[in-house]
Design a protein around this ligand. Structure first.
Ligand code: HEC
Ligand code: HEC
Length: 258
């Protein structure tokens, strides 16, 4: 009996397979590790459900009247009534929050509409009980507020035009008188900016003040405001003369703006 153990001869083909197998196993392992890492990385970028739900909750419980930062240098274009309503007023009037008359609620709006557009607009511009000044957005222009009022009231049955109250134009003689009063009592601060007075030529400084309306400016000039002395410091000046000076100033500022 010959114990013949057949020695298998390693053929080049066997050698090749063995080599490939040897390379393949660690290669596979590396491949799987890489895939695992990639998978972990990918899932890190993806928001999972929990924070998403959190965000939704935070958005829902956001307080009313959150302002959005607006570039002050961006040219201002007046939005439509619908946009104003959606952007600003719906925060309360959409749901009737704080006891506000709800959108399209003809009953809640009926008596208010009967006051007429000018009164409603005045209340929307200046605030009214819990109704904040300009709906809490001081950057809204008068026209935008007027459009918001018209949009909401018309949706509750009114037929208003979003018109702004026309300020009575001062007469030529008032303006002439105002020029003299200004030169005598106001110019030494408002021509130069002394003590921080808004310079007459500084249209930018006046823009937010003009928005508040002439009634505000008359009162500020007659009673004094923010370091501006009452009647320019001349207590002999009459209220009427002080008003003509304001008319003159506003006229000058408007001319400078044009
Ligand atoms: C923070 C909540 C809030 C926002 C935002 C808001 N309003 Fe109001 N508004 C109220 C409340 C509250 C009232 C009711 C006030 C009252 O009658 O005592 C009201 C009343 C009004 C009235 C009726 C006034 C009257 O004389 O009866 C008008 C008009 C009005 N709002 C316009 C607007 C416009 C336009 C906007 C958007 C530019 C706006 N509101 C945004 C709360 C709000
Ligand atoms: C002694 C300096 C001085 C004189 C004189 C003076 N003002 Fe002023 N005026 C000021 C200052 C300061 C302010 C406030 C600037 C600010 O708001 O920061 C001001 C503000 C104003 C404003 C804007 C109101 C506001 O809220 O800012 C008006 C309107 C005004 N003055 C009218 C007049 C008129 C009209 C006269 C003349 C009859 C006059 N001023 C005379 C210093 C003066």
């Amino acid at each position: 009996m010959s114990d013949h153990i057949e020695m298998t001869k390693t053929t080049p083909k066997d050698f090749l397979l063995a080599t490939l197998g040897g390379l393949f196993a660690p290669g596979l392992a590396i491949f799987l590790i890489v895939m695992l890492v990639l998978g972990v990385l990918a899932s890190m970028g993806k928001p999972d459900a929990a924070p998403m739900a959190d965000k939704a909750v935070r958005e829902r419980i956001q307080p009313f009247g959150v302002s959005v930062a607006v570039d002050p240098n961006a040219p201002h274009t007046d939005r439509t009534g619908e946009q104003i309503f959606n952007d600003v007023c719906s925060g309360c009037h959409g749901s009737g929050a704080l006891g506000s008359p709800k959108f399209k609620d003809t009953q809640a709006w009926g008596k208010r509409i009967a006051q007429g557009f000018d009164t409603l607009l005045t209340h929307a511009l200046n605030g009214f009980n819990k109704m904040p000044v300009r709906g809490g957005e001081p950057d809204l222009s008068d026209l935008e507020v007027a459009r918001g009022v018209a949009y909401m009231t018309n949706a509750a049955g009114a037929h208003f035009e979003a018109s702004l109250k026309k300020e009575a134009e001062p007469s030529a003689s008032d303006l002439a008188r105002g020029k003299v009063v200004y030169a005598d009592n106001c110019a030494y601060c408002h021509d130069t900016g002394l003590t921080g007075a808004e310079k007459l030529k500084d249209a930018k400084a006046w823009a937010p003040l003009l928005k508040l309306g002439k009634d505000y400016l008359y009162t500020a000039a007659i009673k004094g405001s923010f370091g501006g002395p009452a009647k320019g410091g001349n207590d002999k000046l009459s209220d009427a003369d002080t008003r003509t000076a304001v008319d003159y100033m506003v006229g000058q500022v408007r001319t400078a703006t044009k």
